[in-house]
Design a protein around this ligand. Structure first.
Ligand SMILES: [Zn+2]
Length: 217
């Protein structure tokens, strides 16, 4: 049995390791969890005692196989709950992340299995993130960022990297929804903002910061 905080650390280490492709530093964890480095160190020692991470003082941390298995279970529950909240309870995609942060800690395997069945085995959550399989595999997507697309290319919006309410509301206001096909018409040489055309024919201005947080195919 692991505490909520321990579960959140595993999840955070998993995300940071994937983003940076390697070991995760104590500082990065302290920043991401908004806690003091000393408390992070305490927690890492606990997780290492439980053999969920590989940890040596002053070096980075890495999940063990068991740690990764647990992290993927938590992420799977989080994403399934988000689907449930949007599809079955009518929440907006900008309203579900915080609620799922709580629901993801309910451990009943039977509940998750039935939830998955009830939802029809969804493969993606409302933010376009792939849902890890019951066996604990994270599906590969191969998406790239909109900020990396060349002018003249047409792409489909597949997922968002940022899940905050403000960001998702901003996308709604700009009529940028997942599944939407956009053509990059212009890339500003100075600040890398892009001008895209959406299916309705309308042109939408997208700042570099927003484009960096949109994943396309
Ligand atoms: Zn979420």
């Amino acid at each position: 049995m692991h505490s909520f905080t321990e579960e959140n650390y595993l999840k955070t280490i998993y995300y940071l390791a994937n983003r940076r492709q390697g070991e995760v530093s104590t500082n990065a964890l302290a920043e991401m969890t908004a806690t003091k480095a000393a408390s992070v160190t305490d927690m890492l020692r606990k997780l290492a005692d439980k053999q969920l991470i590989h940890y040596k003082k002053y070096q980075g941390v890495r999940l063990t196989d068991e740690g990764e298995r647990l992290a993927l279970q938590i992420i799977r529950r989080h994403r399934l709950w988000e689907v449930f909240l949007v599809q079955k309870l009518g929440f907006g995609w900008d309203e579900v992340h915080e609620i799922a942060e709580e629901l993801e800690h309910i451990r009943s395997e039977e509940l998750v299995t039935r939830l998955d069945t009830y939802l029809g085995y969804p493969q993606f959550d409302p933010h376009g993130d792939p849902i890890p399989t019951p066996a604990g595999k994270m599906p590969e997507t191969g998406y790239r960022k909109l900020s990396e697309v060349e002018a003249g290319e047409g792409v489909c919006l597949m997922a968002v990297l940022e899940h905050s309410t403000e960001f998702l509301k901003h996308l709604d206001h700009s009529q940028l929804t997942l599944g939407c096909v956009v053509t990059v018409n212009e890339i500003n040489a100075f600040d890398k903002s892009v001008l895209v055309q959406i299916a309705s024919g309308r042109s939408v201005f997208i700042s570099h910061e927003v484009a960096r947080n949109l994943l396309v195919n």
